[in-house]
Every structure is written in C-alpha cells, then in structure tokens.
Design a protein around this ligand. Structure first.
Ligand SMILES: Cc1cc2nc3c(=O)[nH]c(=O)nc-3n(C[C@H](O)[C@H](O)[C@H](O)COP(=O)(O)OP(=O)(O)OC[C@H]3O[C@@H](n4cnc5c(N)ncnc54)[C@H](O)[C@@H]3O)c2cc1C
Length: 318
C-alpha cells in the first residue's frame, strides 16, 4: 500500500502547491504506516520534491502533454496509483487539480473529498476536515471506500521542508485516445497570475471607473502582486473577467490580499477566505469587509493608495 501524491507543474516547473501536497502526503503516509510516492508529469527537477519528503518520485515525460489535458492526466494518475498499489491519492486544488481529481476518483472507484484543510483526524474510519458552505463552516467527512482521493485546499497545510534521499523512476503510461487537444497556447507575459500570486491587490466599485486603475496597477507592480477585482467591476467591463474574485469568480489563496473600495459582500469573501493576511481600504468604517480584515484603513482610496505607493517605492530604494 502507498499514498500517491500528484505534484502539479507548469512549463517544466513544479507549482508551489506541489511542495504543499508532498508535505501533506508524507504526513498522511506516516499516519497510515505506508510510503509516499510522488507522480510528476513533465515536471521539474525531482530533487526539489525530495526536499519536502518525496522518497520515491515517478516521472512521466510525455511530449504530447506539453499542455494540460485532464483526461490524459487523470488516466496517468490512475495507472500510477494501480502500479504503485496506492489506496490514497492526494491532488491539489489548482484549477487543473479540481478538474482532474473527480475523474481520478471515478476511474479508481474511490470516494473523493474536496476542500480538505487538515490531516485526517482518524484513519479508521478515514475522516477528513473540509471547508463547507463557501468557507463559512467545516465538515468532518468519512471516506468509506477502500480507495480514497483527497483534494487538498490551497494554503491549508503549507509546504514543510523535510529532506530525504529520494529516488526517481520513469514510468511509461498508456495514453488514452484524446478527444480534445490544444493546438496553440497564448500566455499573458510579465504579469503575475491570481492563482500563483503571493500578493493580490484587488479593487471594487469604490474606484468609480476603469480610468482610475492606474494606481492599482502601480501598487501591484511595486509589490510584485497580481491585480484582481470584484464581480460588478468585471461585469461593467472595467476589468477583464479573469480578474474577478469570489464565489462565482476565481478563488484566491495568497499570503496578502489588499481589498480597495470593495464592500466585502459574502459572495466576494467566499473567494478570499483562504488568504492569510487581509488588508482593507474603504471610506465606510461599517463596510462588512472590515469584519474579515486583519488590518483596515478607513480612508479614501484616492488619497491612501498613492501615499502607499510612494512609501513602498521609498522603502524599496532605501
Ligand atoms: C449569486 C451572486 C454571486 C456573486 N458572486 C460574486 C463574486 O464572485 N465576487 C464578487 O465580488 N461579487 C459577487 N457578487 C456580488 C456581490 O454581492 C456584491 O454586489 C459585490 O461584491 C460588490 O462589489 P463592490 O464591493 O466592488 O461594490 P459596492 O458594493 O458598490 O461597494 C463599493 C465599496 O467601495 C467603498 N468606497 C466607495 N468610494 C470609496 C473610496 N473613494 N475609497 C475607498 N472605498 C470607497 C464603499 O464604501 C463600498 O464599501 C455576487 C452576487 C450574487 C447575487
């Protein structure tokens, strides 16, 4: 028996979430008294995974998968799980991970728990703690099938260095016939994406119009942050829909989330709960966002943000 962890990567580099799932998988394997096996598909240098406790890394190198394909990835994970006799499979909660995990569960006839935020509280019965109701509550879920798939919520466990002398094996999985393939990919360059960002600077309808986003972009640039927005802002066409954060938009699990001129409606908060430190700038001291904030500035964004940019620039130069 083993615990299989899928270490996701992009363009030959492991995503940060890969180190978090490996750290988590190692601990789950310890709880079960079994080994952790890590799968990398066109990933980076396996020794980066050893540093987080990956004792055995299975590498699949497949040129035809230079872009993500859910059906192929799910099939490779299932084949690896079968070959490694894995009864627990752990997958991150990136967009790709959320796509693949249910497919893996179906292929393995496994019970699947998504949004898992902690190590199993019990292995017999196998019980995991999960976020529920848009992060407003937790549920303790028993996975009762022999095989189990866990979807680990981003930033819930953290990446913990735990260096081991690992080994790497290559694996030639059989690729399924693919109904869909990417013919070309265009990537936005020079910008930090919301999903990978450590810092996100987000703004709402309080900014009054798209012409005022210059100062938001400037703040993001000085912090090396991604930019985001509330739903009405993207609905109004002030910002692209890819930036809209919340229940119906993208989830954010950054270390720092700065919300400027955003009221803090429940649907917005649902998307940012996983962020560690939340800073709010709003003219209305009663704005609901202040209840969710770690730090708050009651003030006019048009006065506060330029001063913040100026101070940060001076700090970086000093
Ligand atoms: C089914 C459903 C799903 C939804 N999904 C989402 C979602 O995923 N994401 C999302 O964001 N919303 C979502 N919404 C919309 C949500 O309910 C709110 O309407 C929305 O989040 C409000 O956006 P806002 O805070 O930018 O605007 P507003 O509610 O208009 O708030 C603007 C804020 O800016 C402040 N402000 C004004 N001027 C300034 C200034 N000069 N400086 C600083 N602060 C200022 C105001 O005090 C106010 O708090 C959803 C709604 C529904 C019904």
């Amino acid at each position: 028996m083993s615990v299989l962890v899928f270490a996701d990567s992009s363009e030959g580099k492991f995503k940060k979430s890969a180190f978090e799932v490996v750290s988590y998988g190692k601990k789950v394997a310890e709880q079960l008294g079994s080994k952790v096996v890590t799968l990398s598909i066109n990933g980076g240098d396996a020794s980066e995974l050893y540093a987080y406790g990956a004792e055995k890394v299975i590498e699949v190198k497949e040129d035809s998968l230079s872009t993500f394909n859910a059906k192929a990835y799910a099939s490779i994970i299932q084949q690896t799980a079968d070959a490694q006799n894995s009864n627990v499979v752990i997958i991150d909660s990136s967009i790709d991970g959320l796509f693949v995990a249910p497919m893996v569960a179906v292929a393995l006839e496994a019970g699947y728990a998504s949004n898992v935020v902690a190590l199993p509280s019990s292995t017999e019965p196998f019980t995991v703690k999960r976020k529920a109701f848009s992060n407003k509550a937790f549920s303790n879920t028993v996975i009762s099938t022999d095989k189990k798939v866990i979807g680990l919520a981003k930033n819930s466990f953290g990446a913990h260095e735990n260096s081991v002398s690992g080994s790497t094996e290559s694996f030639s999985a059989t690729l399924p016939e693919l109904g869909v393939s990417s013919t070309s990919v265009e990537r936005a360059s020079g910008k930090v994406t919301i999903a990978d960002a450590d810092i996100v600077v987000s703004a709402g309808r309080g900014l009054k119009g798209p012409e005022n986003w210059g100062m938001i972009e400037e703040l993001a640039e000085v912090l090396g942050a991604a930019t985001a927005c509330s739903k009405p802002v993207s609905d109004l066409g002030w910002r692209p829909h890819g930036e809209h954060v919340g229940q119906t938009g993208k989830p954010v699990a950054s270390n720092l989330y700065i919300a400027i001129g955003i009221s803090g409606a429940i649907q917005h908060l649902a998307g940012i709960n996983a962020s560690k430190v939340k800073v709010v700038i709003n003219t209305d001291a009663d704005a609901p966002f202040f209840k969710a904030a770690d730090y708050g500035i009651v003030g006019d964004a048009f006065e506060v943000v330029p001063q913040l940019v100026e101070k940060l620039k001076a700090f970086k130069q000093s």
